[in-house]
Design a binder for this molecule. Structure first.
Ligand code: ASP
Length: 437
C-alpha cells in the first residue's frame, strides 16, 4: 500500500502482521523470511479478532530473505480438495503445507504418542522386527527384494510382523508392540497403497478377552485427547457381535453403528468387535494369492497362525468338518471400517501343522514355510495372542477425513507410483547384473 508493505508472516501456530516501510515490492508470497523489528500494540480500532496475534503487529527494522519462492505449482491456502489428486501427490511437500494436512500430520503424531505412552505404562516393550525377511502369509502377494550377496535369492517384505512377534513370545518378551510398516502386493483400491502402518502387539498368557480389553482400554484412554466422542453399549463397552449375526444384521462384517443424528457426524466413533469367524473358507479362484495359499481348496479367513476356539480344537487337529471350525479371531470395526484384527495363536507344533495340512500342504512344504516356527514351539512357548490396528484408518477416522491419503505424509498414487519421486523406475542393465546368478 504505497510506501508501506504489509507482510503476513506465518508459522505453524499463528500469523502476525508486519509493517514495513520499503522501497520496492521485493518480498513476495511464500518467501521464507527472517524479520527483525519491534512488537507494537495496535490501536484498538485496528484489532483483528480473527487472528491470535491480531492485537499486535511487528514494526519492521530489517528483512532477510532466507528463501525465495519463484514457483508455486499448486495453491496451499485452500483445503486442497479442489486440486487433482495426482497433482497434489506430485507436489506433496507443498500439499502438506495446507493447514488441513499439516493439522492431520500433527494429529497423527499425537495419536502415536498417546498410544505408545499407554502401552509403555502397561509394561509393553517396543521392539523392531526386520523388513528384509521371509514371506508371512496375510492373504496378499509378497514384495520381493533380490539379494546381491546370495545371487538368485530373494527376501520378502513382511505382510505383517506376525511371525517375529510370535517368536518374541518364545523369547519371554510377554508384552510386545511396534508401529510397523506392512507391505502387501494386492489390487489397489481408491485410497490404498501397497504399504501401510499397523500398531502391532502381542501378549503371552492371554485369552481373547484380555487382548480385546487391552485395546479397548487403550482406545478409550488415548482418544480422550481428541475432539471425538465414543458411542458405547449400556455397560460402557464396545459392543460385541458374532460374525454370523453381523452378516445377518448388517450384510457385512464391517458396519456403521452410528444412528440418528450421529449418522453423518464424523466426530462420533462407534467401535464394535466381531468374533466367532470361520477359520477357513473355500478358495476364491479369481484371487491369485488365495489360490497360491490354499492348495486343498481351503484357505484361512484371517491368519494361518490362529488357534481355533476350544470347541473346535478336535475337528481342527483331525482335519474334520473344516467349514465348521471357528477361530479365536476378533476384528475391531468403527464407522463402517475394519480398524484391526487379531487372534489367540496356535502355540504348539501340532496345531500349526494341522492348520497347514487342512490347507493341503505336505510335511516338506510346511517345513520350508514355517519350519522355524515349529522348531521354536518345540523349545516351549507360552500361549499367546495379539492384534494389529491400522494406524492409517484410525488416524483418518479421528481426523474426520474420508480418504487414508489425507493422513499419510507421502501416499502412493492410485496407479501405484510413489508421491513426489517417480518410483517404481527402470534400472540400467549394469545395475541389475549384480543380482543375476
Ligand atoms: N498379523 C495380523 C494382520 O496383520 C494381525 C494379528 O493377527 O495380530 O492382520
Amino acid at each position: 500500500m504505497g510506501k508501506i508493505t504489509f507482510i503476513d508472516l506465518s508459522d505453524n501456530d499463528a500469523t502476525i502482521q508486519c509493517v514495513y516501510f520499503s522501497k520496492g515490492n521485493e518480498v513476495s508470497r511464500n518467501d521464507y523470511l527472517e524479520i527483525i523489528g519491534f512488537i507494537k500494540k495496535r490501536s484498538e480500532k485496528n484489532f483483528n479478532s480473527n487472528e491470535i496475534l491480531g492485537e499486535i503487529e511487528l514494526d519492521v527494522e530489517s528483512v532477510t530473505k532466507l528463501s525465495k519462492s519463484t514457483n508455486m505449482p499448486i495453491p496451499t491456502d485452500t483445503d486442497g480438495y479442489e486440486v487433482n489428486e495426482d497433482t497434489r501427490l506430485r507436489y506433496r511437500y507443498l500439499d502438506l503445507r495446507r493447514e488441513r494436512l499439516n493439522r492431520n500430520l500433527r494429529l497423527r503424531s499425537r495419536l502415536v504418542h498417546q498410544l505408545r505412552q499407554y502401552l509403555i505404562e502397561k509394561d509393553f516393550i517396543e521392539v523392531e522386527t526386520p523388513y528384509l525377511t521371509k514371506a508371512t502369509m496375510e492373504g496378499a502377494r509378497n514384495f520381493i527384494v533380490p539379494s546381491r550377496l546370495n545371487k538368485g535369492s530373494y527376501y520378502a517384505l513382511p505382510q505383517s510382523p506376525q511371525q517375529y512377534k510370535q517368536l518374541l513370545m518364545c523369547s519371554d518378551i510377554n508384552r510386545y508392540f511396534q508401529f510397523a510398516k506392512c507391505f502387501r502386493d494386492e489390487d489397489l483400491r481408491a485410497d490404498r497403497g501397497f504399504e501401510f502402518t499397523q500398531l502391532d502387539l502381542e501378549m503371552s498368557y492371554v485369552k481373547e478377552a484380555d487382548v480385546m480389553g487391552t485395546i479397548e482400554g487403550m482406545i478409550k484412554e488415548s482418544l480422550k485427547q481428541f475432539d471425538c466422542e465414543l458411542r458405547l453399549d449400556g455397560e460402557g463397552n464396545f459392543p460385541v457381535f458374532d460374525y454370523k449375526d453381523a452378516i445377518k444384521k448388517f450384510g457385512a462384517d464391517k458396519f456403521d453403528l452410528r444412528q440418528g443424528k450421529d449418522k453423518d457426524n464424523s466426530k462420533v466413533l462407534a467401535f464394535a468387535w466381531v468374533v466367532r469367524f470361520p477359520f477357513f473358507k473355500k478358495v476364491d479362484k479369481l484371487d491369485e494369492a488365495e489360490v497360491m495359499d490354499g492348495k486343498s481348496g481351503w484357505t484361512f479367513t484371517h491368519n494361518p497362525f490362529s488357534r481355533p476356539i476350544d470347541e473346535c480344537v478336535d475337528d481342527h487337529m483331525n482335519g474334520k468338518n473344516i467349514g465348521g471350525i471357528y477361530t479365536t479371531q476378533y476384528d475391531l470395526v468403527c464407522n463402517g471400517y475394519e480398524i484391526g484384527g487379531g487372534s489367540i495363536r496356535a502355540h504348539t507344533p501340532e496345531m500349526l501343522k494341522a492348520t497347514y495340512k487342512i490347507m493341503g500342504y505336505t510335511d516338506e512344504e510346511i517345513e520350508a514355510l514355517v519350519g522355524h516356527m515349529i522348531e521354536a514351539f518345540e523349545s516351549g512357548c507360552p500361549p499367546h495372542g495379539g492384534i494389529a490396528l491400522g494406524m492409517d484408518r484410525l488416524s483418518m477416522l479421528i481426523a474426520g477425513e474420508k480418504s487414508l491419503k489425507e493422513v499419510i505424509a507421502f501416499p502412493m498414487t492410485a496407479s501405484g507410483k510413489t508421491a513426489v519421486m517417480d518410483a517404481p523406475g527402470r534400472l540400467p542393465k549394469k545395475d541389475l547384473k549384480i543380482y543375476a546368478e
